[in-house]
Design a protein around this ligand. Structure first.
Ligand SMILES: [Zn+2]
Length: 131
């Protein structure tokens, strides 16, 4: 049984793809939307300032275990997204999801099947404690 929300989203994207029929257009828009997601995150740091990025090289002990690495490696992000930045980033991720789904439609791929496949992949990696 397919996930209803996922299938509804994919169907709605298909219905609104009047201007994005060409695979070339969808590929270009997908790449652009990814860049816009990154730009919105950067703007939360450089324009708004609700988040800060503080990155540096971590010196990792040679005998560190996977559990140690999880504690030693961090996101380099501090602060909390303000409501405006959260909204901007969510909108850009949404547009990116739209074009990702549009690509699925053009290639006759099912978004939910991809979620399931990737989830199974992650579960295997989690079994090895690598996620
Ligand atoms: Zn902000």
């Amino acid at each position: 049984m397919k996930d209803l929300l996922c299938d509804q989203f994919q169907h709605t994207v298909a219905e609104t793809m009047l201007y994005h029929r060409s695979i070339l257009d969808v590929l270009a828009k997908l790449q652009e939307s990814g860049a816009r997601v990154q730009r919105s995150v950067v703007q939360s740091v450089t324009s708004c300032g609700c988040q800060k990025i503080n990155a540096n090289k971590k010196s990792l002990p040679s005998n560190a275990t996977l559990v140690d690495l999880k504690n030693l490696l961090d996101s380099h992000i501090s602060g909390k997204l303000c409501e405006n930045c959260r909204d901007n980033i969510e909108n850009e991720i949404g547009r990116s999801l739209f074009y990702m789904t549009a690509l699925c439609n053009l290639l006759d791929l099912n978004l939910y099947d991809i979620f399931i496949k990737e989830h199974k992949h992650l579960e295997i990696l989690r079994g090895y404690n690598l996620t």
